[in-house]
Design a protein around this ligand. Sequence first.
Ligand code: 13P
Ligand code: SF4
Length: 318
Amino acid sequence: MLVQQSSKLKDEILKLKKEKDVVILAHNYQIPDVQDVADFTGDSLGLSRQAAKVEQKTILFCGVKFMAETAAIISPEKKVLLPDLEAGCSLSDSITVDELQNWKKQHPGAITVGYVNTTAEIKAELDYCCTSSNAINVVNAIPEDKEILFLPDMFLGSYVAKMTGRTNMRIWAGECHVHAGITPEDITKKLDSMKDAEFVIHPECGCTTPFMYDIAAGSFDDKKVSILSTDGMLKHVHESKSKNFVVATETGILYKMRQQNPDKIFIPASDKAECQYMKMITLEKVYDALVNEKYLITVPKEIADKARLAINRMLQIK
Ligand code: 13P
Ligand code: SF4
């Protein structure tokens, strides 16, 4: 879209959201134009917390469907809109309710911990929900003798098991195609091209597995490494004294990193790490969603009431 057109549309959106008492929440992976019109940008945990406390009666969620569902579950009295119903998530698709129910049957008495990247129906089956920023603390809050079923992300699960030292954690073999697609070769190439760079990595990345021990210990190939959620990354790169960073996650995060740190250099571990679902939300669709109040995200009450228990436990743990 031409710069002039997009700035006109942005002005319209800002005007409309005020008139209609709508708050716009946008995930850190959204396109820059969409992040620009948001009232709050953040990671999954941060946006869930915002959804729980905002005063506006309507939340326009610029992210993927499970995030809008989570907001609708947390705030059943609010109207939650998602600009494109096709904005799904390959990770949340990696487990079905039947599969989870069978898994639970095979492990009676186990505590289920599910990533927030799951459908509302899956959340209704969970004891705890977690995000990448509090998964370790959620697992640590569960008595040591309790078996844990962790789902659906196997890379986050292995990282959490390593960091907590839990040996009684069973991990579902799901993955996010974007993070799983960042290879160890991509990383080595980029780190070699920027000798003094720090390395920040999202725990959904499959590429951590071959050198998980080094990374969990805080260094890899003599470089400083941090495994963080997207908000954790933003905070870390801002506070760090380093000037150069290789960033292993969806490339949408680079917009805010560069905006907040104009004197630092950020390069993606893989230029191909783009989530097509996150990128489905465009400025035109945000405008359309505001004008036509669509698409309304609702979760059946019996599912929402059960899922809320697991989500509230997640919100209570830092
Ligand atoms: P966070 O923003 O919570 O780190 O999650 C990343 C993600 O993949 C969301 O879909
Ligand atoms: Fe899902 Fe991966 Fe896209 Fe995040 S980046 S929304 S986990 S597919």
